[in-house]
Design a protein around this ligand. Sequence first.
Ligand SMILES: Cc1ncc(COP(=O)(O)O)c(C=O)c1O
Length: 378
Amino acid sequence: MIYLDNCATTRVKESVLDAMVKAMTEDYANPSSLHTFGLDIEKKIRSCRQEILDFLHGSGNLYFTSGATEGNNTIIRSFSKDKPQGIILTSPLEHASLKEPIQDLKNQGFKVKTLKVDSLGNIDLEDLKEKVDQGADLLALTHVNSELGNILPLDRVLEIIEGRGIHFHLDGVQAFGKIPVNLKGVDSYVFSGHKIHGPKGIGGLYIRNGIKVHPLVYGGGQEGNFRSGTENVPGIFGLYQAVKEARNHLEENYSKVLGLKNYLLENLEEKIQGLHIHGDLNQSSPYILSLAVEGTRGEVLLHMLEQDEIYLSTASACSSHKKEGKNPIHQAIGLDSAESIATIRICLNDELSKEDMDVFLTRFKEHVETLQAIIGRC
Ligand SMILES: Cc1ncc(COP(=O)(O)O)c(C=O)c1O
């Protein structure tokens, strides 16, 4: 099997599984219990939290959540409570877990302004500046775009909003554990365990010191009274182990995956007729590659490749649940419907090899040519 859908989720590493099994079979006390067994688990959770905060260079609090969807919703709901007249700035490139709660507020009458983006999928920073000058309260963006791979120029965004009293929320799911992250100046940040070889159903919400955010979930007051519900201890210990692996191999994995992406690009450009690469390769994550091939359909290619046990996607797993058909990110960067329908997304990881790329390239070329021949005859 060749798994090229690592933006959707990843394989849990053995060390992560071991940490989780230990959490369930040995360290199974409730961290809220008053006995030493419980207190010991609470202490371990505290140290996982601190190490992850250090990894992010964050000076604030980190709350464990069920994942990034919960974190994004927490921020948007909290904003709606605090600033009923507030203005939200966002982009058309956001993941559904950020876009949909913002859309919900818009439906309720909140003012939402959408930033312009160019055909490479970069946010128009002049437009951001203008909209910030006109007044804004929340800026909600994504660090690494989940479909195109573009990396947000964080320093430039921070320069523009500095001193303007805007809450800057960032969805870091496709950046966390893959590219270096420094949260200086960022007010809130979400990430998810299952994108970095951790378990599903666990993630984190970072909130900078001095930033007030209301809880989404009320109850027994766990997580410093911010996120109630008995802690997902196996999830937290599994996530922590995945973070440790990612942190210890960040540069090594980055250059390995970059090598694979460059190898893929060179070969695709050489071998595939009618290839279009989406996104801005000058500022993109090595882990994501989005492309379209003329005279093909992404979904058909996906199903042809699955016969070879090669798995990839056409877009974000969440947008594939949507029924409307039109991909908002493709629309935002001006793809026509043929290009959008032809698009596939290849998401790499550190466990892949050059040999895997060769097998993919061979099968991909064959399937593309089969489709192009059929469509050419029509
Ligand atoms: C950019 C981005 N944000 C949020 C999410 C949702 O994360 P989770 O599965 O942890 O809710 C994803 C998942 O694909 C994503 O890619």
